[in-house]
Design a protein around this ligand. Structure first.
Ligand SMILES: *[C@@H]1O[C@H](CO)[C@@H](O)[C@H](O)[C@H]1NC(C)=O
Ligand SMILES: *[C@@H]1O[C@H](CO)[C@@H](O)[C@H](O)[C@H]1NC(C)=O
Ligand SMILES: *[C@@H]1O[C@H](CO)[C@@H](O)[C@H](O)[C@H]1NC(C)=O
Ligand SMILES: *[C@@H]1O[C@H](CO)[C@@H](O)[C@H](O)[C@H]1NC(C)=O
Ligand SMILES: *[C@@H]1O[C@H](CO)[C@@H](O)[C@H](O)[C@H]1NC(C)=O
Ligand SMILES: *[C@@H]1O[C@H](CO)[C@@H](O)[C@H](O)[C@H]1NC(C)=O
Ligand SMILES: *[C@@H]1O[C@H](CO)[C@@H](O)[C@H](O)[C@H]1NC(C)=O
Length: 639
């Protein structure tokens, strides 16, 4: 079985061989075979392999000759003769250069051309001459290129970190001058390997040297050299390749984070190392400020303000990747006017909270102050809360919040108003004065209290709501009312002072520290007598045509028939009035007082036994006022 199979196979092979031979004989015709293109290096040689066939009917009796023409197949055009076997006569360009290596009889027309130069570049045609009419120029030709350097093949794009091959190639068609390919400047290329091949294509030979490596950024711009060396020859050929490696943005360099102050100018710089060029953007907290397609991008801020503070990002992108760098721009500014809680009105005993907040960079030292006293301080925060528990009248007033950082300081203030029940101050008391008794009641309260003097023993109540007669003096939250008891010397007077506002009331017995002095009594008496005499004298001079004013109209005390002659007056004098209206001292006397006295006598003779001369009141009506200590009183007692 095995034998049979082998036998059949053998026969089949024989038949196939016969068929092929037959076909070769039958199909023989005018045809040449040679490389369509062939290259060689200048100065070296080229061997153009060539073979041809002719039809069997062509007779070989006349022998066989061959001619190589340059650039034209037509003898009629007189193309340069490269080689001619019959005569050996050739064009001067080929003198001594050409040599037919093939045996024409064996249909081998292989030609060698030595010492090549660029003039030899072109098409080479072969013509066979076997005696007329068997002379034939083959249509096939070989085109020769004379090269002066190797050629380097590289990938379209060299991408960083991606392995690549670079091929250097040279023709290798001169058998006795074998080229050697050498790579230069490849030291340190990462992962490099070298391999050489010689390949044939259509009869032409090429030697290749393949350099493999992994390009990295550091190889950017490196110039590789491929040289062709011929042993024992000085002439070298070389070709260069400059590595242009593409890579994603590698370095994105920006300024360091920085501090600046409001109003200054800032230039932010970003430079990018990438290949190809990147699209660069400056971003502030994700908002695009500027962009370009270049190596660098600057962003200028002419007049920096606090809104420019933030994280700046320079983002670079190309088709191989992206990279970013950031910097923080810190804008320093002095504290802004502190914002404070609104003015507050609180009742005594309640709690109050004040908040002070500001904006600044760096954060401020905040202090709450009252007057010169620092109540609370906080460092490097922009908000400070001041809590006052169980407020007392002393907490009333202006509170100041001071904000300070190295770039400036600023303050703002807010008022706290405390509402509190009257407090009768220790200074409240009665004293003997020259012509009687003076009682002072000093009360502190907010709002202003209504004040009342009471002398229960005499059944008298005097209040200060009668502005005509009031003699009160207000300073801040303190009201001082003064009650004058003319002619009183009694040290056993019980005088009470009552003060009330909506938050409470107080009643206080005004002390009599010691009795009236002898001096006071004497001076009071002498003073009273002298004034009386003086007034009588004045009465004699001045007519009785003055306007009148009754005590009933103007006084605000209650009296009974049985009470001794007492009068009191309470006058309210506003502080500011005092300041603006005091023009001269108020000691002048006016005739009014005499009239008053007379009127008083006439009208109230029965009830009243005294006259009241109120210098202050009169003075006020005339446009000037006197201060407390300048005030004088006169009293006329009529029994
Ligand atoms: C033709 O001749 C050359 C030179 O002697 C030889 O190298 C080549 O092999 C020959 N070609 C053929 C097809 O015989
Ligand atoms: C180069 O020249 C030397 C002597 O000049 C010779 O011995 C050697 O064989 C030559 N090499 C080649 C490849 O021709
Ligand atoms: C940022 O850097 C660039 C170049 O290095 C420089 O010209 C510029 O003044 C710098 N900007 C600032 C605000 O320092
Ligand atoms: C910048 O790069 C970091 C990582 O390197 C990335 O997380 C961030 O999103 C990038 N920023 C921008 C704006 O692309
Ligand atoms: C607080 O009160 C004082 C005195 O009454 C006044 O001069 C000042 O302007 C007030 N301050 C504010 C912030 O209202
Ligand atoms: C005080 O006056 C009232 C009436 O106004 C009267 O009822 C009372 O008895 C008087 N008291 C004295 C002590 O005079
Ligand atoms: C104060 O006196 C006036 C009359 O002079 C009177 O109308 C008023 O009610 C009195 N006020 C008080 C609180 O006694």
């Amino acid at each position: 079985m095995q034998f049979l199979k082998e036998e059949i196979m053998k026969h089949f092979r024989d038949i196939l061989l016969i068929f092929l031979l037959l076909e070769g004989v039958l199909c023989k015709t005018w045809k040449a075979e040679m490389p369509q293109t062939i290259s060689a290096l200048k100065g070296s040689c080229v061997v153009i392999p060539c073979s041809f066939t002719y039809p069997p009917e062509a007779s070989l009796s006349a022998g066989i000759h061959g001619i190589w023409y340059f650039n034209s197949p037509y003898p009629n055009n007189y193309p340069p003769v490269v080689f001619k076997s019959k005569t050996g006569i050739v064009h001067r360009n080929y003198l001594g250069r050409t040599h037919l290596l093939g045996e024409l009889a064996q249909r081998n027309c292989t030609l060698q051309i030595s010492d090549l130069n660029e003039d030899h570049q072109g098409k080479y045609y072969f013509r066979v001459d076997m005696g007329k009419p068997n002379i034939y120029t083959f249509a096939e030709y070989s085109e020769l290129f004379v090269l002066e350097k190797p050629s380097i093949d590289k990938p379209e794009e060299i991408i960083s970190e991606r392995e690549m091959n670079i091929t250097c190639s040279t023709p290798n068609n001169c058998p006795h001058l074998k080229p050697l390919l050498i790579w230069n400047n490849i030291e340190g290329l990462e992962g490099q390997t070298l391999s050489s091949y010689t390949v044939q294509e259509n009869g032409a030979w090429t030697t290749l040297s393949v350099l493999s490596f992994i390009p990295t950024q550091k190889d950017q711009g490196r110039q590789l050299k491929c040289s062709i060396l011929h042993p024992n020859q000085t002439q070298n050929f070389e070709e260069y390749l400059t590595l242009n490696i593409n890579y994603a943005p590698r370095k994105v360099e920006v300024n360091h984070s920085m501090e600046t102050t409001e109003g200054s100018k800032v230039v932010l710089h970003c430079s990018v190392d990438s290949s190809p060029l990147s699209d660069i953007q400056w971003l502030l907290n994700d908002e695009v400020l500027a962009h370009t397609h270049a190596e660098m991008l600057t962003w200028e801020i002419e007049n920096v303000d606090f809104t420019h503070e933030g994280l700046y990002t320079c983002l670079a992108q190309n088709k191989h990747g992206e990279k970013n760098s950031t910097l923080y721009l810190s804008v320093k500014y002095p504290p802004r006017l502190p914002e404070l809680s609104s003015p507050t009105v609180v009742k005594e005993g309640e709690d109050v909270t004040l908040v002070c907040s500001t904006e600044s960079n760096p954060e401020s030292v905040l202090s709450w102050m009252k007057g010169d006293k620092v109540l609370s301080t906080i460092n490097y925060e922009n908000e400070l809360t001041l809590s006052i528990n169980n407020v007392s009248p002393e907490d009333d007033g202006e509170y100041l919040c001071l904000a300070e950082n190295p770039y400036g300081r600023i303050k703002n203030s807010v008022n706290i108003t405390i509402l509190f029940a009257p407090v009768i101050l220790p200074e409240s008391k009665c004293t003997a004065v020259r012509d009687g008794v003076q009682c002072v009641c000093a009360v502190k309260s907010n709002p202003e209290p209504s004040l009342l003097f009471q002398i229960p023993g005499r059944n008298i109540t005097i209040n200060d709501t009668d502005y005509e007669l009031a003699h009160s003096h207000k300073s801040g939250y303190t009201v001082r009312s003064i009650l004058e008891l003319k002619g009183e010397t009694a040290t056993d007077l019980n005088v009470y002072c009552s003060a009330a506002n909506e938050y409470g009331d107080k009643r206080h017995k005004l002390d009599f520290p010691g009795g009236p002095t002898v001096w006071a009594i004497i001076v009071g008496t002498i003073g009273g007598v002298s004034v009386f005499i003086f007034i009588i004298a004045v009465i004699c001079i001045v007519s009785q045509s003055h306007q009148k004013k009754t005590l009933n109209e103007s006084s605000s005390f209650v009296q009974t028939e049985s009470t001794p002659a007492i009068y009191g007056l309470v006058q309210k004098v506003q502080e500011n009035l005092e300041k603006t209206e005091v023009e001269s001292s108020g000691h002048e006397m006016d005739a009014d007082m005499l009239l008053n006295e007379n009127d008083q006598k006439e009208k109230n003779e029965h009830d009243l036994e005294y006259a009241n001369i109120d210098f202050v009141k009169l003075a006020a009506k005339k446009g000037y006022l006197s201060s407390e200590e300048e005030t004088e009183y006169a009293e006329i007692r009529v029994k």
